[in-house]
Structure formats: structure tokens, C-alpha cells
Design a protein around this ligand. Structure first.
Ligand SMILES: [Zn+2]
Length: 85
């Protein structure tokens, strides 16, 4: 009896996670290169490649993921701003 219920829960969870995964993918593809930003171990900002703030640590992450994790754009390198000429 208990085993049957556990099995049912596993099946339901499996279906739910598959459905959630499928629902998350319709994100429109934008230039993949420009969507990569860099974060540091301690900071709560994300940076453009080459920012001086990345001297201590530099972790590549997608902009979407950085925002999702609560990171905000650096005010020095302005990763969300227009590309400098
Ligand atoms: Zn920066």
C-alpha cells in the first residue's frame, strides 16, 4: 500500500518536472555571446568582460541567470548599457 503511494508520487513528480522543464524553454534566442556576463565570488553585481572589478575572481554566467540570482549590473562597466565605441 505505502509502496504504491510512493511510486505514484515519484511518477507525478517526474511528470511535473518534465512539464516545468518544457515550459521554461521558449525563451527567444538572442546573441548568445553578449548574454554572457561575469560575477565575482563576493559581489552582487555582474560585469562585462574586462571590468576592473573582476581582478579577484571572475565567474562566467548568463545574464538571465545572473538576474535570476539577484545580481545587478555593475555601474562601472555597465554590462546592460550600450557597447562602448
Ligand atoms: Zn564591472
Amino acid at each position: 500500500m505505502k509502496r504504491g503511494i510512493a511510486l505514484a508520487i515519484v511518477v507525478v513528480l517526474g511528470l511535473a518536472s518534465t512539464a516545468a522543464c518544457g515550459a521554461e524553454s521558449p525563451a527567444p534566442r538572442e546573441a548568445p555571446k553578449s548574454s554572457t556576463v561575469y560575477i565575482t565570488k563576493s559581489g552582487k553585481k555582474y560585469h562585462r568582460d574586462g571590468c576592473r572589478s573582476l581582478a579577484k575572481s571572475k565567474i562566467a554566467i548568463s545574464r538571465e541567470e545572473a538576474k535570476k540570482q539577484g545580481y545587478t549590473p555593475c555601474s562601472v562597466c555597465k554590462p546592460d548599457g550600450a557597447v562602448k565605441p
